[in-house]
Design a protein around this ligand. Structure first.
Ligand code: FAD
Ligand code: NAD
Length: 461
């Protein structure tokens, strides 16, 4: 059995760790069963955001009338959009492979454990490719969409919609109103696909701040109809069109016909193919690998990083895990993992971004806070957009003036949030913000108004 210094199972974000280890002269095995690069560049963040670029261009034309400009869209070449992004995706695997140094052995196949330190690699038909061993193994196998029901039909999930080899549909039904349902829903409706979203509950984006949720829903529904408390109870497919039957809490049903259906109902851990029963590695009740604050699994020498460690399902936290392992495995750092303030954004129309606690989380945890909810009218640049809905919600500690959470809804929220993120990261005291000279009248000025208001509230608490 060939022995390696480091075995990595899963060539998503962890391919960076493989390269770093190889550059330090380690003998590395990297096992990937699909395309190198993993979810983010092949079927996740990057393709979805490239698609959203087309949506934004279409919306700018449609909404030009807000600025008294009479503009019309004369045509949308949806196929060209799919083809361009598909072309980009087709280069991902070769690009990643070309970056691998010679002392990485790349195994194309599924990795599974024979014992705590022995890994079997199996090919597409289950044939044995190799058996290898190492005292250091990193599991970075990510997640996949929750299995869609009615898989006998050509239903879409966020995994099989890419690499966008299909014809873009004229109509689409989306089940699930989380990150993926909302982002892809916003894209398809903007490019003229008749799109609807169906959710079981009463809200979109379950973790959104309760004061921003109604604003988001109202704005989102301007372009995409959302059916709440709608549970899919039946699905038929006649070879061309899907007919969905949805049932509602009052016992009524409604039917919806579309050319395509997309299930976006969450993601599950890719731990079931690892044959963990041959090891002492433990998982939580959702199948994510249990790790401590050093990303160590329950077996010495075996680590889990990225989505499979179950802390977040975000590219930037997966990358952070990999950076952490570079320091700990390769450089011997003993510091515990500390994510600090983890931001996220949802690249929809409207765009939202968050960092830190929501108000509900603060209440549930019994943390003392003061909050402000401000519109963006104090910023001339924001006013120029002629949008009424953008808001900043800021939550701070009245004792230390530390920012506990910030939630934004409005154009460029994903960019703007970095100002608060930086503050939280460096010297978390909101009183620092008004001391800084801001460019007038740039968008970040909108934080001045919110900061001054919340500082005043904290003083009088
Ligand atoms: C549609 C969509 C949009 C997204 N948008 C964003 C976004 O805008 N921002 C953001 O932060 N995050 C986003 N995400 C989440 C982000 O893509 C993931 O958090 C990130 O890619 C996780 O990286 P990872 O390396 O942990 O896992 P992955 O990238 O999933 O890599 C795991 C790899 O392991 C392989 N693998 C699995 N099991 C085995 C096995 N047994 N043997 C060998 N190989 C195996 C898989 O094939 C895969 O290549 C999005 C996800 C989706 C689906
Ligand atoms: N911009 C970003 O950062 C970004 C974008 C896309 C995805 N992601 C990551 O990927 C993860 C997965 O995205 P997602 O949208 O699949 O999951 P999600 O958890 O965001 O949303 C899934 C939604 O589906 C609903 N649902 C579950 N089962 C259902 C069923 N049977 N019928 C109807 N609805 C059902 C859930 O209540 C939830 O609202 C996200 O949690 C996020 O971490 C991030």
């Amino acid at each position: 059995m060939e022995k390696f210094d480091l075995i990595i199972i899963g060539g998503g974000r962890a391919s960076g760790l493989a390269i770093a280890a190889a550059q330090e002269g380690k003998k590395v095995a990297l096992i990937e069963r699909n395309t190198l690069g993993g979810t983010c560049p092949n079927r996740g963040c990057v393709p979805s955001k490239l698609l959203i670029g087309y949506a934004e261009a279409a919306r700018r034309v449609r909404e030009a009338s807000r600025h008294h400009i009479d503009a019309t869209i004369n045509g949308i070449d949806r196929q060209k959009m799919f083809d361009e992004v598909a072309e980009w995706i087709s280069g991902v695997d070769p690009r990643y492979e070309s970056r691998l140094p010679a002392n990485i052995t790349l195994y194309r196949g599924t990795g599974s454990f024979l014992s705590n330190n022995e890994v079997l690699i199996s090919g597409k038909d289950g044939e044995e490719v190799a058996q290898i061993t190492s005292e250091t193994i990193v599991i970075a196998t990510g997640t996949r969409p929750r299995p869609a029901p009615y898989s006998e039909y050509p239903v879409w999930t966020s995994d099989n919609i890419c690499p966008l080899k299909n014809t873009p549909p004229a109509s689409l039904t989306i089940i699930g109103g989380g990150f993926i349902g909302c982002e892809l829903g916003a894209f398809f409706s903007a490019i003229g696909t008749e799109t609807s979203i169906h959710v079981r509950g009463k809200t979109l984006l379950p973790r959104i701040d309760p004061e921003l949720a109604p604003i988001f829903q109202e704005q989102f529904e301007h372009h995409t109809p959302v059916y709440y408390e709608s549970s899919l109870s039946d699905l038929t497919y006649d070879g061309e069109m899907f007919t969905c039957t949805f049932s509602h809490p009052d016992g009524s049903n409604h039917q919806h016909v579309s050319e395509r259906i997309l299930f976006a109902t969450g993601r599950v851990a890719n731990s079931d193919t690892l044959r963990l029963e041959n090891t002492d590695i433990e998982t939580d009740d959702r199948g994510f690998i249990k790790t401590d604050d050093h990303l160590r699994s329950t077996v010495p020498g075996i680590y889990a990083a990225g989505d499979i460690a179950g802390n977040y399902i975000l590219q930037h936290t997966a990358s952070y895990d990999i950076h952490y392992l570079r320091q700990s495995i390769l450089k011997g750092s003993t510091e515990a993992l500390d994510y600090g303030a983890v931001p996220h954004a949802i690249f929809t129309e409207p765009e939202v971004a968050s960092v830190g606690f929501t108000e509900k989380e603060l209440q549930d945890k019994g943390i003392n806070y003061v909050s402000t909810l401000r519109d963006w009218k104090s910023s001339a640049r924001a006013m120029a957009s002629k949008l009424d809905y953008p808001r900043t919600k800021l939550l701070i500690s009245p004792d230390t003036y530390a920012v506990l959470g910030c939630h934004l809804i409005g154009p460029d929220s994903s960019t703007l949030i970095h100002q608060i993120l930086m503050l939280m990261h460096l010297k978390n005291d909101i009183r620092e913000l008004p001391k800084m000279i801001h460019i007038h009248p740039a968008l970040p000025e909108l934080f001045l108004d919110a900061a001054i208001d919340v500082i005043k509230k904290a003083k009088f608490t």
